[in-house]
Design a protein around this ligand. Sequence first.
Ligand code: FAD
Length: 460
Amino acid sequence: MSTFDYDLFVIGAGSGGVRAARISSQYGARVGIAEEYRYGGTCVIRGCVPKKLMVYASRFPHEFEVAKGYGWSVGETDFSWADFLARKDSEIARLEGIYKTNLQKAGVTIHDTRAEIAGPHRVWLVAEDREVTAERILIATGGTANVHDDLPGVEHAITSNEAFHLDGVPGSVVVAGGGYIAVEFASIFAGLGAKTTLVYRGEKILRGFDEDVRDLVTNQLAANGVEVITRTVFAGLEKHEAGIDVSLANGKTLTKDVVMFAIGRSPNSHGLGLENVGVQTKENGAIIVDGFSKTTADGIWAVGDVTDRINLTPVAIREGHAFADTEFGGKPTQADHMTVATAVFTTPEIGTVGLTEDEARAQCGEIDVYSTSFRAMKHAFADINERMLMKVIVDAATDRVVGVHLAGDAAGEMIQMVGIAVKMGATKADFDATVAVHPTAAEELVTLREPTQQFRKAAE
Ligand code: FAD
C-alpha cells in the first residue's frame, strides 16, 4: 500500500486534467484533482463552447439576408443579448455539472481550491490550508490571455474572459490581435451588429494559415463590415463619457465602446512552485516535457496549454489520455501531434489540416496545388456575394495529399472528415476515386482535376 495520499494529483480541471484524472481513476489509481475556478476549464467555461454559441448567435442576421433570396419576407428582427446570455450561462453551468459528476462517478476526489507544488510529491491546497501527498503530480493549468500590461489605460480593456459577460452588444468595438481568437471575436461582434475594427501589428491576419485562406477571410471580413487595420498597435487608451479613445501607434485615434485584447495566450505556470521541484520552463513559461509529457522533475508531468505544444482542446485531451494510458494503463503512449485538423469559427469559417502551400513547398520540394474559389449554390441563388475556397496540396513525388484548406460554410465540419483521409495518407488518386456527393459544396474536394499550380525544382 502506497504511503502517499494519492497515486495521482492533478492540478487544473480543464480539458487535459479532467481526461487524465478520469482515465487514471478508471485504471484503478487513487486520484485527486484541484480546480481553482470552474470545472471544464477554459474550453467549456470561457473558450470553445461559449464562443461557438456566440458564433451561432452572430450568424442569424446573415441567414436572414440569405432567406430573402429564397422568397422569405423577413420581418423586423431583434436580438436579446440578455436572453442569449442567460441561456448560454445555464448551458455552461449544465456542462460544468456534467464534468464534475463524471469525475466523481469515476472515483476522483475533487478539491475546489487553487493548488501549488510545495515540494517533491507534495501539493499545497490553498483554500483547504493543508498539504496532500501524491506519487505522481500532473500539471494541467492551461493558459491565460495576454494583455499589454504597460499600456496607458490598459485597465479599460477586456480579454475574451470578459467578452462572454458584457452588459450588452457594444455599439462599437476594437479587437487587438490577428490570431484565430481575435478574428473569431471580430466576426462575432460584427455579426451581432457592432461597428467592429480589428487592429493587428503584422501585415496580414491569421499568421500560420495558408495564404489563400488568409486572403479570402480578410476580404470577406471587410465585406461583412469589419475594418481591418494592420501594421500598428495600441499606443494608449483613455476613457471618457462617450467611450474609450484608442490611440494607435500609426497616429490614428479610434473611439470605441469596448476594447478587447486577443494578442495571444501564455502558459499558466507562474506561482505554481515549479522552482521548488526543478520543473524547467521555456522563456514564455511553457513547461518543458518529453513525448510522454514528463517534465524535467521526477514524479511530475504536464499536459495541455501549459506546455504550449498545440493549444487546442482535443490535443490537451489526447495528451491527458496518453499520460493515463502510460502511467496507469500499462500502455506507454505518446500523444500524436502530427496532422491535427482544426477549424476557425469566423464567418466564413476555416477548416485546415496538414501543410500550407508554403510549408509543402519547403518540405516536399515539388508539389501540385489544386484550388478553386466559387460561390456555393446556397449563396449564388440568393445573390449573396460570399465565396468559398477549397485547396488541396499534393506531394508530386508520392501523390500524397499533404494539406487541405477550406474557407466557407461548414468548413469546420468538412475538415474533420477530410482530416481522416489525410491522416491515413490518402493520395490524390484516392480523392479522385471517391464519387462526389451531389449537390454539395464539399464535392469540389473530389472533383478537382487539373492542378492550378505546379512547383518543380529547377533542373540541375
Ligand atoms: P484549461 O482548459 O485552460 O484548464 C486549466 C484549468 O486549470 C482551469 O480550469 C483553471 O482554472 C485551472 N487552474 C489553473 N491554475 C490552477 C491552480 N494552480 N490550481 C487549481 N486550478 C488551476 N480550442 C479548440 O480546440 N477549439 C476552439 O474552438 C477553441 N476556442 C477557444 C476560444 C477561446 C476564447 C479560448 C481562450 C481558447 C479556445 N480554445 C479552443 C483553446 C482551448 O480552450 C484550450 O486549448 C484548452 O482549454 C486547453 O486545455 P487545458 O487542459 O490545457 O487547460
